[in-house]
Design a protein around this ligand. Sequence first.
Ligand code: ADP
Ligand code: ZN
Length: 536
Amino acid sequence: RALPDDAPRPEPLDVLRTVFGYESFRGEQAEVIQTLVDGDDALVLMPTGAGKSLCYQVPALVRPGTGVVVSPLIALMQDQVDALSAAGVRAGFLNSTQAPHERREVERALLAGELDLLYLAPERLRVPDTLALLGRARLALFAIDEAHCVSQWGHDFRPDYLQLTVLHERWPDVPRIALTATATAATREEIAERLELTDARHFVASFDRPNIQYRITDKASPRQQLVDFLRAEHDGDAGIVYCLSRASVEQTAEHLSAHGIPALPYHAGLDAQVRARNQARFLREEGLVMVATIAFGMGIDKPDVRFVAHLDLPKSVEGYYQETGRAGRDGLPATAWLTYGLQDVVQQRRMIESSEGDAAHRRRLGTHLDAMLALCETASCRRVQLLAYFGQASQPCGNCDTCLAPPETWDGTVAAQKLLSTIVRVERHGQDAGRGPRRFGAGHLVDILRGKATPRVSDLGHDALTTFGVGEDLSEAQWRGVVRQLLAQGLLGVDGDGYGTLVLTPASAEVLTGGRKVPLRRERERPVRTSARGSR
Ligand code: ADP
Ligand code: ZN
């Protein structure tokens, strides 16, 4: 299909139909494509699965020359190129996984004008040879995929993305399109600024997924809670269960299978063949549950995923949104179900405190976790909060757990003061006893508050503290809820010592001196079922 330059260019809609086999454009695809065809720049924010790829693939076929796609997802390039080739599009890629002769063939095709699309890893553009190569080719456009990688505040910042302004400097007349599925309003501004997309038209799709019911429930015995949830509401449905660790993936898949729920494991530690087989079965068969680490799901397009369950707390709202977004692509009702507890917060704070990288990096991780925790602890509509995170205002959805059963709040100021002063006292007690600043985790502190003279409490003389037994009015579960919520609100911290030691934060002092009130969500004694839609 190598057209001479002066040949009439095909119409975008014809390309969509004849090359990709689709009837019509979705959402704002047509406007985005026309912007590029006209030679202008675009910044596109669309959720995963909305159809961002066509936004640059179609104009690359309409305009003369090759469309250059910068993507950090090296592992997906081969698949993308294969899929395009199957549709008759001439595509190639250049990345570090290639043998020299493969690379040379792609370079030859580019210079011969035989490529419609060329996928490049961002680090390729640091190599002067690559720029020189592009300089000898005819270019239709630049597409910068996963553009949020340019954001230093984002969860997957790539320094190489900062260099991408070179494209604009060397090829001022080649239109550029930046695309992302994960951007807050602030990130959007940052992308526009750092990529120097000053005159770009912004296309911001709605991130709302009205058919997804969001639910976040207290973690007690997660695997059993999951079985109960699936039996009650998703009998025979296909869905995805996300776990943090490979071991947890294996155990959960076994647990479900043992309870008569057909489930398959998926994680990076499995043999590639097993992984491919499980994925193929999940896509092909009905009613299978995929238990997976977050390694699973990228590029998966299964419309009838009826639920996405998280057994562990996601590290960021972006991650949570992307993972839950794999549910209900067909527009029918689906559930996003998450169970989380004190241990999740302690574990993640600890991981952040002891993580490699500089203070700014840890602060970034902390900010992401805080936003996720705020979503978990909110007393108002989950969907409103989720959309607000992406910079979109909305009305209470009437469908999420907090809309259906608004949580009560109570004044937890005194409880917080009891807990925080217990921390102060055990520390001081240790110093007085010449034991140095020994500090303790939630379990021990709750024992002291509840007046439980465990051997450890007695041995350390903690039954003599003035706060011993002052918290008998709350159950152990309620105290754990207080600890979790204080951690979520930043009124309590976790030490980087690796033991989950609870420490005061600068904000704790305001509570101790009575200068700050602490509203808390009332813990539910039993997880409530909020959906009557079980018998789908
Ligand atoms: P994103 O990159 O936004 O996550 P993709 O570009 O991978 O989304 O598209 C998701 C799916 O939707 C793909 O299977 C794609 O072929 C399909 N798709 C995109 N646009 C259309 C359209 N206009 N009509 C039908 N299917 C489409
Ligand atoms: Zn709601």
